[in-house]
Design a binder for this molecule. Structure first.
Ligand code: IVH
Length: 689
């Protein structure tokens, strides 16, 4: 029988439990927010991605079980919300002004003179100088520390409400950090949403693959991403923010702009890096020059610098005229676009054998750099833009990217312009040029093409390939330049005399190198295959192929059907393999390598070539739902694979169940493929027949 005391304690138990739950949730949110800030704002993570994902998963689990505990500032709420029909309009409580421009040093000096005159002083003015980020201007409103509204600048008075989209940006805190400095009741933060140059290129690469229109530059990509009615799409774009100003700030007062930005930092907001205080024009010009030089290496686009009077009191004395403050000015960089003439189109052969057409230009200054060549990417691009030798074109430099031709100015055509066509043979080695079906790039097929040779030798000798210790880049360059190595098989015919004739190569080091070359002869089929540097055949694919064929002979005798019957080998890899083995020169090099004594143990794939798991090792982590761990291991063994318990470079697959452990992280670090339980089921289903 239960006593009232017992019932009471049960009751207390339940409340205690609820408090515990809330504490756990709060704790998780705090940890996630903290680590989010370290990663996205400070760029200085303290925990691994896997540990972060794990915290996120725990919180998601609890919020799934207790949906009433979800709050709008929970870190789980960044993934995007249901799509909107249209954006609401938002009126900025203080107008978002724009900046007037200074085009050269003279105009910067005039700006400074004007300010002194307006303030009736001859004393130097203190300025904060900042990079001018080329992104999209936004305002984010925090009420009592919580992000409530986010909007675009719009016409300066009224913008579009893009709160859901802004909430997906990890460097925008959903709640202001209150430790250290008290948080004002109302805080209107202004800043620039941008997309980093690398992320921009990656986004465009993917869009191209999917046949979607490309964005012209990172700013357009950021603007397009913010203008999505479906915030789930925005969430997939790695946008970020730099904060550079305030609107209203109820309940806080500061003396200077610098103090405001420092407070931003303490509140967890991401402030533009590389700010400085300058007291005179010389320092400002020095800062401008420095930023011009550093511009391409920042990882995001800036198009100038901004000068702001530091004192907020002086700012308000100066006020604004026609939508621009009198206390600030943008000092723009030279434009990165210009027009010039294409005098020739030449072809370059890259290290992978890709042939790239390059426009030779009449020199033109773009963003402070003289440019005389621009990549034309490939024949399709030339055709699409209809670029001809003799054309007048618009060229641009974007970020640290190679200059490119944007478009032809057709009105400047004289009729003398000449169309360009890719050569049929490699301009460097004369081997056949090939354009794989569905690809835009032409490639040279010769294994010993000098243009590819250095890179091919470096790759062949690299640690994960034949592992020839001591054969560094400089040596490779000397060996190929002197003609001692014309293809990778020549490495095995080098004599001590050959080596000591090279720069900085003493007797002893020559002996050591010969030793490493000799040692490399005993290898594995997987390394040998990888070392050949066949397009699309990286370490992982080499491992699979070595697991499916007993030796190189069998592999060279294979056909397309057999290859694509192997799990993970698609038509692209099959095509590349078959083409490689069709070139006589490549067969000759392989033969010479074998004659020189390169050997490897034949793999166990002999009996069951193709459809089996022979040669593959599997590691399981986390709970599987359709098998027990032992059953899964047994299935692997039955199909000729090897279940093991720890992840190493030799592991073929890590199979990930629910709540996986650190093995997944290790697998990623070692570039070992991680597959889900479904993929594993599909794999053994496909091979069990
Ligand atoms: S201050 C009243 N600082 O450039 C001052 N703007 O027209 C207004 N921008 O729309 C802006 N970097 O979005 C400021 N460090 C920076 C900036 C910056 C980029 C944008 C801003 C504005 C435009 C200038």
């Amino acid at each position: 029988m239960q006593s009232p005391v017992n019932r009471c304690s049960t009751h207390i138990g339940v409340t205690m439990k609820k408090d515990d739950l809330q504490r756990t949730i709060d704790n998780l949110r705090e940890k996630i927010n903290y680590n989010n800030h370290r990663y996205y704002v400070l760029d200085d993570p303290e925990i691994s991605d896997a540990e972060y994902d794990n915290l996120m998963r725990q919180l998601e689990g609890l919020e799934r079980d207790w949906p009433e505990r979800i709050t709008s500032d929970s870190p789980t709420q960044r993934v995007g919300a249901p799509p909107l029909g249209e954006f609401k309009t938002v009126r900025h409580s203080l107008p978002m002004l724009s900046l007037s421009n200074a085009m050269d040093e003279e105009e910067v000096k005039e700006f400074d003179q004007r300010i002194k005159k307006l303030l009736g002083t001859t004393d130097n003015i203190e300025y904060v100088v900042e990079p001018k980020v080329d992104g999209v201007a936004v305002e984010i409103v925090y009420e009592h520390g919580e992000l409530t509204v986010g909007s675009t600048r719009g016409d300066g008075n009224i913008g579009e409400g893009i709160t859901q989209n802004l909430k997906t940006i990890r460097s925008i805190p959903l709640r202001i950090i209150s430790s250290g400095r008290s948080v004002p009741e109302l805080l209107e933060v202004r800043g620039e949403v941008y997309l980093g140059t690398r992320d921009f290129q990656e986004l465009n690469r993917r869009r191209k693959e999917e046949g979607e229109p490309l964005f012209a530059n990172p700013r357009n990509a950021a603007a397009g991403s913010l203008r999505q009615l479906d915030s789930v799409i925005t969430a997939k774009r790695p946008l970020s923010i730099f904060c550079h100003g305030v609107g209203n700030m109820g309940g806080a007062s500061f003396d200077t702009h610098w103090e405001v930005l420092s407070a931003f930092g303490q509140w967890g907001l991401k402030v533009i890096p590389n700010l400085a205080i300058c007291n005179n024009i010389e320092d400002i010009i020095g800062y401008y020059r420095e930023m011009t030089e550093r511009r391409d290496g920042l990882g995001y686009e800036i198009d100038g610098i901004v000068l702001k009077v530091n004192s907020l009191r002086l700012q308000s004395t100066l006020g604004a005229v026609s939508r621009s403050p009198r206390w600030a000015v943008a000092y723009k960089f030279e434009p990165k676009q210009g027009t010039t003439r294409v005098t020739d189109i030449v072809v370059q052969v890259g290290r992978t054998g890709a042939l790239t057409p390059v426009a030779i230009l009449e020199p033109v200054r773009l963003g402070g750099v003289e440019v005389s060549r621009a990549t034309l990417h490939n024949q399709d691009e030339i055709d699409k833009k209809d670029i001809r030798v003799g054309d007048t074109v618009v060229v641009q430099r974007a970020g640290d990217v190679i200059p490119e031709v944007v478009k032809v100015i057709e009105t400047k055509r004289t009729g003398e312009e000449k169309r360009f066509a890719m050569p049929e043979t490699c301009p460097v080695c004369g081997a056949k040029v090939f354009k794989p079906e569905g690809e835009a790039v032409h490639r040279c097929l010769g294994l010993s093409c000098p243009a590819k040779l250095k890179e091919a030798v470096k790759h062949f000798a690299s640690k994960r390939a034949m592992d020839i210790d001591g054969l560094g880049d400089k040596l490779v360059a000397q060996l190929t330049d002197k003609g001692l190595v014309k293809d990778v098989a020549d490495l095995y015919t080098l004599s001590k005399e050959d080596l000591v004739s090279l720069e900085r190569m003493a007797d002893k080091s020559a002996q050591n190198l010969l030793g490493s070359i000799e040692k490399s002869k005993k290898t594995t089929m997987e390394r040998f295959l990888y070392a050949l540097g066949i397009r699309h055949v990286g370490e992982h694919i080499s491992k699979i192929l070595a697991g499916s064929f007993k030796n190189m002979r069998d592999l060279m005798d294979t056909n397309e059907d057999e290859l694509i019957g192997i799990h993970e080998i698609g038509p692209e890899v099959a095509d590349s393999m078959l083409r490689f083995f069709k070139e006589n020169d490549n067969l000759r090099v392989i033969k010479r390598l074998e004659e020189a004594g390169v050997t490897y143990p034949e793999t166990e794939a002999g009996e069951r070539k193709g459809n089996n798991l022979a040669g593959m090792t599997f590691v399981f982590t986390g709970a599987l739902s359709s098998f027990t761990r032992d059953e899964a291991k047994r299935r692997v063994s039955e199909l000729g694979g090897k279940p093991t318990s720890s992840v190493s470079r030799k592991t073929t697959y890590v199979v990930m169940g629910k709540d996986p452990g650190s093995k997944v992280e290790r697998a990623r670090a070692l570039a070992v493929r991680v597959m889900t339980e479904d993929e594993f089921r599909e794999l053994i289903g496909a091979v069990a027949v």
